[in-house]
Design a protein. Structure first.
Length: 206
């Protein structure tokens, strides 16, 4: 996909670094149409399936993520996931601002906040997924737990797909909104099926 300078008919700038809501990116990272989606999608699906298979085949151990001041690992996970979900909402709002969906409100700091909120959200989920994979595994004996397990695998698979799509030019315009929506949706399902359930069932406390 070439860029055309205003007022210069036909002028292209394919030799310049591509820019976008979260750019710039190296000029060598070029994708052509839907074919450019193949590697990101295959990689994302592979990560999601690998996590699910590992979680199912791995013998659950005694590893637990615990932090002083919390009543137990479940609440550590619940609060980490809650913080990640709040950051995901920040990402959603800044993405809307970057794409002009919030009227004239499009601050210059929105792209930076968008990037850092996403990075922080994913980092906060790492201790959670480590605990879930090692101590619990992929469970499916109850509907809520099954949804939680599937959402966890989907979250990381969609995240990998999104990261691989970001530096690629020429992808369909719906790519990042759809993949980003999957990342956001999976994280919200994770929060609903774990943190919110815990807060509702056992109360809100540390």
């Amino acid at each position: 996909m070439s860029t055309t300078e205003p007022g210069s008919a036909g002028a292209t700038a394919d030799d310049e670094p591509p820019t976008g809501p979260v750019g710039p990116f190296p000029a060598a990272a070029v994708a052509t149409g839907r074919a450019g989606l193949l590697v990101p999608v295959v990689a994302g699906v592979g990560v999601a399936v690998a996590l699910g298979v590992y979680g199912r085949l791995h013998e659950p151990g005694a590893i637990a993520v615990d932090v002083a001041g919390f009543s137990g690992p479940a609440y550590v996970k619940a609060w980490l996931t809650t913080a990640a979900a709040l950051l995901a909402v920040v990402q959603l709002l800044t993405a809307q601002a970057m794409y002009g969906r919030l009227g004239n409100w499009s601050p210059a700091w929105a792209p930076s906040v968008h990037r850092w909120a996403g990075r922080a959200a994913v980092l906060l989920t790492v201790p959670v997924v480590v605990h879930c994979l090692y101590a619990l595994g992929f469970e499916y004996d109850r509907t809520r737990v099954l949804l939680h397990s599937v959402a966890g695998c989907l979250f990381y698979g969609a995240f990998v797909t999104k990261m691989l799509c970001l530096p690629r030019r020429g992808l369909p315009g719906w790519t990042l909104p759809v993949v980003g929506g999957l990342v956001f949706g999976a994280l919200i399902v994770l929060w609903l099926t774990a943190a919110l359930w815990l807060f509702t069932d056992q109360g809100v406390h540390l």
